[in-house]
Design a protein around this ligand. Sequence first.
Ligand SMILES: [Zn+2]
Length: 72
Amino acid sequence: MTTTLLPFRSLVVQDRCDRCGAQAYFRAVLIAGDLLFCAHHGREYSAKLSETAVLVEDHSAAINGKPSPAAY
Ligand SMILES: [Zn+2]
């Protein structure tokens, strides 16, 4: 049996915070699945997530960047 890791994809405007529905900038990869959070909730839960998540991706540096082509 082989295990294939899914390739990471960048977050797009359609990705929404699981807590409030704002655009997601954090992805927490947990054993049970992924959670998406906006910058506000990502920071709020980052301490807790760092204990439980396999991986936490912080895309919040993109907030003030140029909109991605996917945003149109
Ligand atoms: Zn949120």
